[in-house]
Design a protein around this ligand. Sequence first.
Ligand SMILES: NC(=O)c1ccc[n+]([C@@H]2O[C@H](COP(=O)([O-])OP(=O)(O)OC[C@H]3O[C@@H](n4cnc5c(N)ncnc54)[C@H](OP(=O)(O)O)[C@@H]3O)[C@@H](O)[C@H]2O)c1
Length: 314
Amino acid sequence: MKQKEILLFGATGQIGRNLVRKLTKNNYKVTAITRNIHRAGYILKTQANPGYLDLIELKNFSEDKIDPLIQKCSICINLVGILYEKKNNQFKNLHTDLPDMLSKKASKYDLENFIHLSSLGIEQALDSIYANSKLNGEKKIRNNFKKAVILKPSIVYSVDDKFSTNFMTLLSRLPFMPIYYFGKTKFAPIHVSELTDIILDIIQKKKNNLTLECVGPEQLSFKEILNILLRAINKKRLLIPLPNMIAKISAKVLELLPNPLLTQDQLILLKYDNIKSGIYKTNNDLGIIAKKKFETEIKKYSYNWRSGGQYTKN
Ligand SMILES: NC(=O)c1ccc[n+]([C@@H]2O[C@H](COP(=O)([O-])OP(=O)(O)OC[C@H]3O[C@@H](n4cnc5c(N)ncnc54)[C@H](OP(=O)(O)O)[C@@H]3O)[C@@H](O)[C@H]2O)c1
């Protein structure tokens, strides 16, 4: 059987790495795009058997470079995304203009599918630049290519994430942890392997014209998540609610760091629950049930943050 060709943008990220492995194991041939093959290529080269993965370095996503790549593939998947803006990395370019261009090309060459990763909980967050850029991206895609599938996950976590791992580092180093909005904001964390199961299912069953919210089995408040992480790393820390004014000032300062822990825009997003909205179907409605519990999965890699590492006694 001829292998199906999948063109993958954002392949080196947390979701991309896991997806490359899953797709290539299932007989799909992946062409992965990265901005720097030397920085990121080593992560991907080990993810596939010979012949199943091509790496292409593109410093910028100009139409003349992307056109011939899309023309050759059957399915295009876009996982490019950022959490904060820096110089050339602007939300509008990456979350609105790039999906706009890719979905136009998907339509021009009548691809079997264009699968795009947006975010959950952004419909309410109209005062956030991140949320607006993602929502505008969704609108462009819907206008350009009816068959497209838009996936909207809550927090996606794994040993490769920038969420649980960063918080375990902070919790193990800081004597106390500031929390925002009393830690009441709710999330439905989904393990990366279950999100990529959803993507594989969509490809295998040829599901089209769909916007799907991707949620894990639990709804946890931010405070509950921090307490799970604290239990996992065997530490006790005070969780101190910050008044809004102080939270805003701290975000203003923190966003000046090269890799900011918190930006003013992220603080705005944190106001809004990140759980199923009722507007769209979820993976559960399609029978793709995410079962992995946050605490169980975190325990599989949290020993790295415990004093004594893997030799810690439970
Ligand atoms: N992780 C989550 O919790 C979560 C939750 C909701 C939605 N999402 C969405 O899911 C998608 C994938 O998330 P992820 O966690 O896998 O992200 P990630 O680990 O941060 O990876 C992002 C990818 O985007 C590419 N990228 C970043 N800046 C770029 C730029 N300026 N130009 C071109 N490419 C750029 C990077 O590729 P190179 O560096 O190799 O070029 C990288 O592979 C994103 O759209 C994200 O918004 C993620």
